[in-house]
Design a protein around this ligand. Structure first.
Ligand code: FDA
Length: 294
């Protein structure tokens, strides 16, 4: 439902719509993201700055996204933020041509290395999985400061883990946020959870790769905490800004490293639809606010 144009207008043009977005997004500008990132750092979290935007279809827009990320890295350095960046391959031109995204990976990897931070490549839908894995391989071969998200629901993920763990860097394990066909992705929630546990065990027993366990699922977090107790090499938890802030605070209070994925920018609607799909009660919150304001 959220993918229809009238619903998009309701979210983007109404106060209740923007109020729902503000729960999950730091604001429209880099400045607003930097302000929130400082507050998160002070509260004990590290941060991953995510400029919203995806499926870019012209080279100029892809270059503009690289410039914006470059400004992010400048601010991470000048403000002394404990932060890295998360990038989406199609925002950097992957849907136009892989060479455009490869150029962006090289530029951002180089600048991030100079700043002393890392770059995580988000995983988008299955049309881009193989090319995204290749971008991670490229980044690691050039500047060795990359990470990539792998989705537990994808049937290929056990093989991707085997392929990528020897390359080091960091691997973010998440359940997967896109609607995928049965041929490529597990459809049952229970089986996705079991796959997540299996893949998390593989990742948490890897030495040179830094596991980033990205979930708000209490059952999976309990298993992760058990595995963390046996791990001597670094790892971290990752969670989305605005989601289960109670658990976020508890993990940090218990001494676990936790990175908050912090989206900002004006192109927030596709991101918001994924957050609504994960939790339909978010949409009810919006609907109630809309009716009470009219
Ligand atoms: P699940 O959906 O079962 O939720 C567990 C609990 O968390 C819920 O019961 C609820 O309490 C809370 N919760 C979860 N989502 C919520 C929401 N939207 N609003 C309110 N409460 C919510 N996906 C992808 O395909 N590619 C990627 O690159 C990334 N990157 C990424 C980074 C980080 C840091 C995180 C945490 C997640 C991603 N994801 C992602 C999204 C991921 O694939 C998945 O869709 C969401 O994390 C929701 O799954 P959970 O594991 O939290 O479990």
């Amino acid at each position: 439902m959220a993918s229809s144009a009238p619903i998009e207008k309701l979210f983007t043009w109404t106060r209740p719509g923007r109020a729902v977005a503000e729960r999950f997004v730091a604001g429209d500008t880099l400045e607003s993201a930097v302000t929130v990132a400082h507050a998160l750092n002070e509260a004990g979290f590290t941060v991953s700055l995510d400029l919203l935007g995806e499926e870019v279809t012209d080279v100029d827009s892809a270059h503009a996204a690289v410039d914006e990320y470059s400004s992010c890295l400048d601010r991470i350095e000048s403000d002394g933020l404990d932060a890295n960046i998360s990038i989406k391959p199609t925002q950097l031109g992957l849907a136009i041509d892989e060479s455009v995204a490869r150029e962006a990976i090289a530029l951002l990897g180089q600048q991030a290395a100079e700043v002393g931070t890392t770059v995580t490549i988000d995983m988008e839908d299955s049309r881009y999985t193989e090319a995204t894995v290749r971008l991670f391989e490229l980044g690691q071969s050039q500047t060795a400061n990359f990470g990539v998200a792998l989705q537990a629901y994808m049937k290929r993920t056990p093989e991707d883990l085997e392929r990528l763990i020897p390359l080091g860097g960091h691997i973010r394990l998440c359940k997967g946020a896109y609607v995928e066909p049965e041929e490529v992705a597990i459809q049952s929630k229970g089986i996705v959870d079991a796959a997540f546990i299996q893949q998390m065990r593989t990742l948490m027993s890897a030495d040179i790769t830094i596991p980033a366990i990205a979930t708000h699922d209490l059952r999976l977090l309990a298993v992760a905490r058990e595995l963390a107790g046996m791990r001597t090499a670094p790892f971290e938890f990752q969670m989305l800004y605005g989601v289960r802030t109670d658990i976020q605070r508890q993990l940090v209070a218990a001494g676990f490293p936790l990175r908050i994925y912090l989206p900002f920018g004006s192109q927030w609607y596709p991101y918001l639809t994924r957050r609504l799909a994960e939790r339909p009660s978010n949409a009810w919150f919006f609907a109630r606010a809309l009716f009470s304001s009219s």
